[in-house]
Design a binder for this molecule. Structure first.
Ligand SMILES: *Cc1c(COP(=O)(O)O)cnc(C)c1O
Length: 326
């Protein structure tokens, strides 16, 4: 059991991930650089086989299990990128994965997870019921629950993104990172502040249901009603009994920017038009923050993460059509 995530855990994660998780490009964006009068870089986490960075945390956690735990298998309760990551890693290391979902999850999402070979267990009508069921499987059958963010191994796995960023652009002075449960931000914050305590770390989320933002304001985890958003991968609570990410985000964050749905659309369209990538709403929030002029302090070397590409073709098509006619 790890009580604290440290730099050496991220270095260990980097070694562990070798062979399963490829290093991703950290490219310069000429247009954003021009706009900001600074060098702006994009970390392309949309390029993983499952289309999102979550593969790093899930792989680090699952590869760290004991042989006994691996034999029993794993379970989780996410239908988004974390569920895909757990299914993908389980297949590649040859262990059983059971993804618990509610009856309300659309078939398209279920099929993607099933096509990776994971077993689907449908229970109840809410995400909460699916989560309880995963913990029941842990209790009854010894499956290990792979948490989406509040786990030291998951945080350390996400931190490997920052090792790669520093390897390519060591002079980064401002980095904008998406915040939902905070695993991504915690891992990146740990590494970047270790190398350079003066680096500015800016959290970004959507205006609709920014749970970590609100929790930091009142200084304890809160629950918010989920509103419709294009950044659906940033929805979900941080857990009322949050153990790691709330305090880590609080420690490392210098500023927090919220972006509107219109700004997220603009970010998605900009990335498609300028960089030729289809990305999901959550992934575009960092670029949206840059385009919105909401960054108060502008550094000379700015980085942000393109976190994933799991967006419905119909959704991105509509956004691009509206954008070219605007
Ligand atoms: C999970 C996720 C995030 C946020 O990561 P947290 O660790 O939950 O803060 C951002 N973007 C995408 C695409 C994700 O899947």
């Amino acid at each position: 059991l790890l009580l604290r995530v440290e730099m050496r855990h991220v270095l260990e994660a980097k070694k562990r991930l070798d062979g399963l998780v490829r290093e991703t490009p950290f490219i310069n964006s000429p247009v954003l650089s021009e706009k900001m009068g600074a060098s702006v870089y994009l970390k392309l986490e949309n390029m993983h086989p499952i289309g999102a960075f979550k593969i790093r945390g899930a792989a680090n956690k699952m590869l760290s299990l004991t042989e006994y735990e691996k034999k029993r298998g794993v379970t989780t309760f996410s239908t988004g990128n974390h569920g895909l990551a757990v299914a993908y890693v389980a297949k590649h290391i040859g262990i059983k994965a059971v993804i618990c979902i509610s009856n309300r999850v659309p078939d398209a999402k279920v099929e993607r997870i099933q096509s990776l070979g994971a077993e689907i267990k449908k229970v109840g009508n809410s995400q909460d019921e699916a989560e309880s069921y995963a913990y029941q499987l842990e209790k009854d059958y010894g499956l290990t629950v792979i948490k989406p963010f509040d786990d030291p191994y998951v945080i350390a796995g996400q931190g490997t993104i920052a090792l790669e960023m520093m390897g390519h652009v060591p002079y980064l002075d401002t980095v904008i990172v998406q915040v939902s449960g905070g695993g991504l931000f915690s891992g990146i914050g740990l590494v970047l502040k270790h190398y350079n305590p003066n680096i500015r770390l800016i959290g970004v989320a959507m205006e609709n249901s920014a749970v970590m933002y609100k929790s930091l304001q009142v200084n304890h985890p809160v629950v918010l009603e989920e509103k419709e958003t294009l950044a659906d991968s940033l929805l979900g609570g941080i857990g009322l009994h949050n153990e790691y990410t709330f305090s880590m985000v609080k420690q490392y964050i210098d500023d927090f920017i919220l972006v509107s749905e219109a700004e997220i659309k603009e970010g998605m369209a900009f990335i498609a038009d300028q960089h030729r990538f289809i990305v999901e709403g959550a992934a575009a929030t960092g670029v949206a923050a840059i385009l919105s002029n909401k960054l108060k302090i502008k550094g000379s070397h700015i980085g942000t993460v393109i976190t994933g590409n799991n967006v419905d073709t119909a959704v991105i098509t509509k956004i691009l059509q509206e954008w070219i006619h605007a």
